[in-house]
Design a binder for this molecule. Structure first.
Ligand code: GLN
Length: 196
């Protein structure tokens, strides 16, 4: 089994922490900053936390949005955390924009309020166990699209009645920041998807 190469969107936000995590797990990382970076092959994509409006604007301006969207549609494994989840969402309940729109869920931005929106908790993630979760002006998933089981969005974690982690085929959407806690299991789960 060769080393997996993971591309991390590095135009804004908490990308360096994701690179540390993935390298600690033995993956090789490249930073995506411009269109030319897409000439390399990679096995997975990470969309970090940050500010989704800024990231979305830069993705468009740098001409990265459409080619990455196509790769996700074609099955490239992708992990979106926080702002990254917002970029993946098919619908945003409090924003007129969508970005990749590849994940059939409705997401609310800044869902916990702007000021008191940061907190830490420990909660069960399906298939992994109890995981530390850091939320920073986080979104949550209001609803997932109904579908036949084989096509369904799998709900992986719920905090206070709100969905905070889902998997849909090649896409892993996480409302919190797994890269900020000393626990590698979300990244390991993603690496497994890249190996599959
Ligand atoms: N509030 C940010 C947004 O709407 C997301 C926050 C984060 O990524 N920590 O994009």
């Amino acid at each position: 089994m060769g080393k997996k190469k993971i591309a991390v969107l590095a135009v804004q936000g908490a990308f360096a922490e994701h690179i540390h995590r993935m390298e600690a797990l033995g993956a090789e990382c490249i930073e995506l900053r411009q269109r030319a970076d897409l000439e390399q092959e990679f096995d997975g994509l990470i969309l970090p936390g940050g500010e989704s409006t800024v990231q979305g604007k830069l993705l468009r301006e740098l001409d990265l949005l459409a080619p990455l969207q196509q790769k996700i549609r074609n099955g490239l494994p992708v992990l979106g955390t926080c702002a990254g989840l917002i970029l993946l969402a098919g619908e945003l309940s409090n924003d007129e924009h969508t970005y990749f729109g590849t994940l059939p869920v409705r997401v609310q931005r800044n869902a916990y309020g702007r000021q008191l929106g940061s907190f830490h908790t420990l909660q069960e993630v399906k298939g992994i166990g109890s995981v530390p979760m850091t939320f920073i002006r986080a979104p949550y998933i209001e609803s997932v699209q109904e579908a036949e089981e084989a096509q369904a969005v799998e709900i992986l974690a719920v905090v206070d009645g709100h969905i905070v982690a889902v998997r849909y085929r090649n896409q892993l959407g996480i409302a919190f920041h797994p890269e900020l806690d000393s626990d590698n299991r979300i990244h390991e789960m993603f690496l497994q998807m890249c190996r599959a």
